[in-house]
Design a protein around this ligand. Structure first.
Ligand code: ADP
Ligand code: MG
Length: 429
């Protein structure tokens, strides 16, 4: 299978070659042909499987093959993403793939001055990448029109729902012509996603790709049983003594992320936190530092980390286990990107015993357990699960948290259990 055999045009093949891709990923191979045929497509595949190119390449092909010479270019394709980081990432991809095409594109998102964005829009763009808030805002101001949109893409649809963007999506749909091609891409495939798909897509082709090497097989997983109060000491020891350079650490709460980050910095480990309460500037800076190696440890919450393109991580550490088992698979999947193997370590205290059991049930295997001298578990600690948090609506979502999960293997009662626990904690992440 080659990109050429998928029927993509020469300028796109050239850009793909420049990018260094040799063969289409499974989800690309499945999604690109129906998109090129003009069909509505619902595609789901795990984070890191190349979904962006899965819609961007055929979208650019379609736009450029029936390009219209117009003096003022109307927006012909709209790509909606949940966060600014993702919008910026998708836009970077659009730019790269359209290098040899006569296609103009731009990106708009909130949290920054709108003026440069407005200027860019006024020059006319074919492809617009946007987050919902700023898009609706600028449309209301009359700065942009979506009345000529031919292709609509909803990227990271599951996260859109997580973040409570359902209403905004519905509003955006009303701004576009009824006759258009719709594409929906998602990392997970749940009942809520299916419902959303029914309301957006017309006779969709549904494609799915399950990772060839599931995280569970390629990634070396280990659990350290440890007393809660000794976790910070243990993680610092592991990172320093292992001389680990690029470590992604997950915490369950934003507060926990900040606290751990501070402690690491005071121990001489460069670290940065990334979560919903961080300013755009801080998040971009943290991510850039982590990618270029100047930041050794990135401490993240699940929602902040999902969808971010951080390739090839040798180490992922769960400072706390996620209370929703599927998040564990997402987290450790960060080490298995592009087929490279990695190590996933979880620090587990007594109160996380149930979470561990749920995770082992989901991945259908027992994880190797170790105890390090000086960092033993507390024999007197309760195994009662962590109490749900109180401050329910302090998160960054707009409205309800429609979180759901679509991984298989666990029984539905397991999933319901972990989901209801999760619901109580969502706003803290
Ligand atoms: P997703 O949206 O599924 O999470 P991305 O589109 O962000 O995944 O892609 C993840 C990474 O894989 C990116 O670094 C991207 O450049 C890379 N990638 C995408 N397609 C290919 C391919 N066909 N061959 C090699 N690498 C690819
Ligand atoms: Mg993506």
């Amino acid at each position: 299978m080659s990109f050429k055999s998928l029927g993509l045009s020469e300028p796109l093949l050239k850009a793909i070659q420049k990018k260094g891709y040799e063969t289409p990923s499974p989800i690309q191979a499945k999604a690109i042909p129906p998109v090129l045929e003009g069909k509505d497509v619902l595609a789901s595949a795990q984070t890191g499987t190349g979904k962006t190119a899965g819609f961007t390449l055929p979208l650019l092909h379609l736009l450029s093959s029936n390009s219209r010479e117009q003096r003022h270019r109307p927006v012909r394709a709209l790509i909606l993403t949940p966060t600014r980081e993702l919008a910026a990432q998708v836009y970077a991809n659009v730019k790269e793939y359209s290098e040899f095409l006569n296609i103009r594109s731009t990106v708009i998102f909130g949290g920054v001055n709108q003026k440069p964005q407005v200027n860019k829009l006024s020059q006319g763009v074919d492809v617009l990448v946007a987050t919902p808030g700023r898009l609706i805002d600028l449309e209301n101001q009359g700065v942009l029109s979506l009345s000529k949109v031919e292709i609509f893409v909803l990227d990271e649809a599951d996260r859109m729902l997580d973040m409570g963007f359902l209403r905004d999506i519905e509003r955006v749909m009303k701004l576009m012509p009824a006759k258009r091609q719709n594409l929906m891409f998602s990392a997970t495939f749940s009942k809520d996603i299916k419902k959303l798909a029914y309301s957006i897509l017309n006779n969709p082709i549904q494609v799915e790709a399950t990772p060839e090497n599931t995280a569970v097989e390629v990634i070396e997983q280990k659990v350290y049983r440890v007393a809660k109060g000794k976790k910070t000491g243990l993680i610092i020891k592991l990172i320093s003594e292992g001389d680990w350079k690029q470590v992604l650490v997950f915490t369950r709460t934003k507060h926990g992320a900040n606290k751990l980050c501070k402690k690491m910095i005071s121990d001489g480990i460069t670290a940065a936190a990334i979560h919903g309460n961080k300013s755009q500037g801080a998040r971009t800076k943290a991510l850039a530092g982590f990618k270029n190696g100047s930041v050794r440890v990135l401490v993240a919450t699940d929602i902040a980390a999902r969808g971010l393109d951080i390739p090839l991580l040798p180490h992922v550490i769960n400072f706390e286990l996620p209370n929703i088992s599927e998040d564990y698979v997402h987290r450790i999947g960060r080490t298995g990107r592009a087929g490279a193997s990695g190590e996933a370590i979880s620090l587990v205290s007594a109160d996380e015993t149930t979470f561990l059991r749920d995770i082992e049930k989901l991945i259908d295997m027992k994880i190797k357990v170790e105890i390090l001298e000086g960092f033993e578990p507390d024999p007197n600690a309760s195994t009662e699960p962590i109490k749900p948090g109180q401050n329910r609506n302090q998160g960054r979502g707009r409205g309800s948290n429609n979180r759901n999960s679509g991984k298989t293997k666990s029984t539905s009662s397991d999933r319901n259990k972990s989901r209801s626990r999760n619901r109580n904690n969502d706003s803290r992440r």
